[in-house]
Design a binder for this molecule. Structure first.
Ligand SMILES: [Zn+2]
Ligand SMILES: [Zn+2]
Length: 299
């Protein structure tokens, strides 16, 4: 049957920013990071249960690195299933996923980190890793197998405007590869993810109650993308399409754009700091004094 050859690949990116989770865990309305990971495990196991050809990967997005929690590095997800002998009659793949994710997660969180301290989550890097992983699976898949891939981002911490460029590159790559990006936002609204979901036709949802995370995951993000037209999903949101200026990384409504490289600036500068183009601009006649001309850099 041709239907047997269909394969839904889901990559879940979890924001494990310890600063954000550390601030939240004290409140009773919140869940801890470990509970969040457990909710994600319920969700990915449900995805695997939908069809035996379904595939999953989980990436933890930390402040200093992005790491695969599943599949383990240097191991193939399909070969490793033989290692697990389930004692309690649990489906072997579930046991393998649960154990691997929990082990890798503990390893990541307990490792001591020397060097510079960042507080931003490296989300654009994690998205790039997810796209590379999907691309690798696509290249290895047999002829005739219909693969559909999507990425779900579970985002906690705030956006960092310094990642704006990388983020935009990742979003347009996803669009080109036909990869959906869904976002489940736990903290403040994310302008970058709103744009990502809008461009790649994914769902953006800022969940009102973090305690109900697993329910939102199962109701909204579990059904395959092909079924979404038949479901009543949360309405599309108003997307914040402001861009970040390249000089200060702040979001601007109106700015200056370099006509050569399309870099965005909040203030006028005679030389583009990205491509070093010197602009020969024609001011009003009164401005054409010798002093003004001499201040222009020679090109
Ligand atoms: Zn600026
Ligand atoms: Zn330029």
């Amino acid at each position: 049957m041709s239907d047997e050859e269909d394969c839904d690949c889901l990559v879940v990116i979890v924001d494990v920013n310890p600063v954000w989770w550390g601030q939240r865990s004290k409140s009773s309305h919140q869940i801890t990071l470990t509970e969040c990971i457990e909710n994600v495990l319920v969700f990915v196991n449900s995805h695997l249960m939908m069809k035996h050809t379904n595939q999953i990967a989980i990436i933890a997005s930390h402040t200093h690195e992005s790491r695969f929690l599943y599949p383990r590095r240097n191991s193939e997800s399909t070969d490793a299933t033989d290692e697990i002998r389930s004692a309690d009659g649990k489906y072997e793949l579930f046991a393998l996923v649960d154990n691997t994710v929990m082990e890798e997660f503990k390893k990541l969180m307990t490792e001591s980190h020397t060097g510079s301290v960042h507080t931003d989550t490296l989300l654009s890097g994690s998205l790039a890793m997810a796209l590379c992983y999907i691309n690798k699976l696509d290249k290895k898949s047999k002829v005739g197998v219909k693969r559909r891939s999507r990425i779900l981002v579970i985002k906690a911490s705030d956006d960092s405007a310094s990642q704006y460029m990388n983020f935009m590159n990742v979003i347009f790559t996803a669009q080109k590869q036909n990869v959906l990006i869904d976002a489940c936002v736990l903290g403040n609204d994310s302008g970058l993810l709103q744009q990502a979901c809008d461009i790649s036709h994914g769902i953006y949802l800022k969940i009102p109650q973090i305690k109900g995370l697993v329910q939102y995951l199962l109701w909204v993000f579990l059904p395959a993308a092909s079924l979404r037209d038949t479901l009543v999903l949360p309405p599309a949101i108003q997307v914040d399409y402001r861009a970040a200026c390249f000089c200060h990384r702040t979001l601007v409504d109106v700015g200056y754009v370099c006509s050569v490289c399309l870099s965005i600036f909040c203030q006028f500068s005679p030389i583009c700091s990205t491509c070093h183009t010197a602009f020969k601009f024609m001011g009003p006649p009164s401005m054409k004094s010798k002093k003004k001309k001499s201040s222009l850099p020679a090109s």
